[in-house]
Design a protein around this ligand. Structure first.
Ligand SMILES: *Cc1c(COP(=O)(O)O)cnc(C)c1O
Length: 462
């Protein structure tokens, strides 16, 4: 299997190379050259299998020569061993035809663990074989950073540095980043906001001397390996509800479009998904784009579902690439317009193609809170605010096809929003009940590129 860039000008890479590279050199995103197919019989055969076995069967055809079968099975086993639920991604029922897919049983209580735990193991095996080490630097508004630290802690081929905005992440998120004690973990509290963190990270990637010296690697959600890991639970959940004999629809709380794009890949592989519903909070660029054809940025407004407070949904480029008939030049032109003019218009044909697969909706802050409150009263289920955005939007797309809404984080990760809606402060799961007692280790850093680079060079184990 080979990987090509959505902008058509970067080298064609193997799975392993695409994973270690992250962003393509032409600024595009890597996608598989073709999509492996699962026949109805292949899909039916997944029924009742352990999550790890389904994960192997779904992902293996995308890997090509990069890993041996035994290696990859062991990687999967290690990746999901730390999850707090034997099913890994269990489902509960919310209503007659509505199901909630709980993706928050991983070590940091958000769905990002599904991908991050896997790529931690993939990086370790690939780098060991190559005799190489890398420095991972990530910027986070909360969930990505904690998931990355948890995935890479203690791995000897990797140093991991996470920049988070000082004073602007929830206490649970901060403690998940500052309490791991391994020497290769470095939590950096930057004096600035999330955009500053992301800007400094971009500066480091564009500073080639530094980038090469420390072997900088990225694990943000445009990394193809992260998308691939997320394809698996679309299969397990749909099969549990009767696929391939019965189609399903899914609603996905969306920010950077990485999670829902994995659903799109599952559909392209042959999983009978009727509709993939994009659920946005008040930062609703995707909902506006699908409704009007205009993909136009406006400022980010903070919300009670902060992991979806995103202006430019990076992975949407991958969907556009297919909608434009895999024309890399056309995509490059749109991205130039986005950069230069703050937006672009999706062509009629491409919009029509997107709307065959995707529907969309948005939830205001009030609607999100009201949904947490209503679900608690009706079912006893406590939703995190991101999942509540999904449940609200799913309600507008119910039909005869079963609807699965993805629950992307555990409510205990956002206790203030949940308490405001329900009067209940959701407790942390037992396995991390001592989070508030563990000692914290964090370095406060100025919003200054040279100082940051000096710190990283000094701290990493060379
Ligand atoms: C990251 C995140 C999202 C958004 O997922 P994307 O892949 O960026 O669309 C939604 N909910 C939670 C809790 C998240 O951490």
């Amino acid at each position: 299997m080979k990987y090509i860039s959505t902008r058509g000008q970067a080298p064609i890479l193997s799975f392993e190379e695409a994973m270690l590279t992250g962003l393509a050199r032409d600024g595009g995103l890597y996608v598989p050259q073709e999509i492996p197919q699962m026949s109805p019989a292949d899909i039916a055969a997944l029924a009742g299998l352990p999550y790890e076995e389904v994960a192997f069967r779904i992902m293996w055809p995308f890997l090509g020569e990069s890993f041996t079968e035994d290696e990859f099975r062991e990687i999967i086993a290690k990746a999901y061993a730390s999850f707090g639920h034997a099913a890994r991604a269990p489902m509960v029922q919310l209503g007659p035809n509505h199901f909630l897919l709980e993706l928050f049983h991983g070590p940091t209580l958000a769905f990002k663990d599904f991908a991050m735990q896997l790529i931690g193991q993939l990086f370790q095996v690939a780098l060991k074989r190559r005799g190489e080490k890398v420095t991972i630097v990530g910027a986070t508004s909360g969930d990505t950073g904690s998931a990355a630290i948890e995935a890479f802690r203690g791995l000897d081929a990797v140093d991991v540095f996470i920049l988070f905005p000082h004073g602007r992440v929830s206490e649970v998120q901060r403690r998940q980043m500052t309490t791991p004690s391994e020497a290769n973990v470095h939590a950096l509290a930057l004096d600035g906001d999330f955009d500053d963190c992301q800007a400094r990270l971009k500066d480091m990637f564009n500073h080639f001397d530094f980038r090469d010296e420390v072997r900088l690697a990225g694990v943000n959600s445009i990394n193809w390996a992260r998308v691939l890991a997320q394809v698996v639970y679309y299969f397990t959940s749909a099969v549990a509800l009767g696929a391939p004999h019965r189609p399903v629809s899914l609603t996905v709380p969306t920010g950077n479009f990485g999670d829902i794009f994995a659903g799109y890949i599952a559909r392209r592989m042959g999983l009978p998904i009727e509709k993939l519903v994009i659920a946005t909070n008040r930062n609703d660029i995707l909902h506006r784009a699908l409704s009007s054809g205009g993909y136009v940025t406006s400022g980010v407004t903070p919300s009670i579902s902060p992991s979806m407070d995103i202006q430019v949904s990076s992975n949407f480029e991958r969907a556009l690439f297919d909608a434009y008939g895999r024309d890399g030049n056309a995509v490059a032109q749109l991205m130039d317009e986005l950069k230069g003019q703050g937006g672009f218009t999706i062509s009629q044909g491409a919009l029509q193609s997107l709307c065959e697969t995707f529907a969309s909706g948005r939830a205001s802050e009030e609607e999100t809170t009201a949904t947490i409150k209503r679900l608690f009263a009706e079912t006893g289920e406590i939703l995190c605010p991101h999942s509540a955005v999904g449940v609200k939007v799913a309600g507008e797309h119910m039909g005869t096809t079963p609807m699965i809404t993805l629950a992307t984080a555990h409510p205990a990760k956002f206790p203030d929003a949940v308490e405001a809606a329900t009067g209940q402060r959701p407790p942390l799961p037992n396995r991390m009940a001592d989070l508030y007692e563990r000692p914290e280790r964090v370095t406060r850093v100025a919003n200054d590129l040279a100082a940051l680079e000096a710190l990283i060079k000094e701290r990493r184990a060379s």
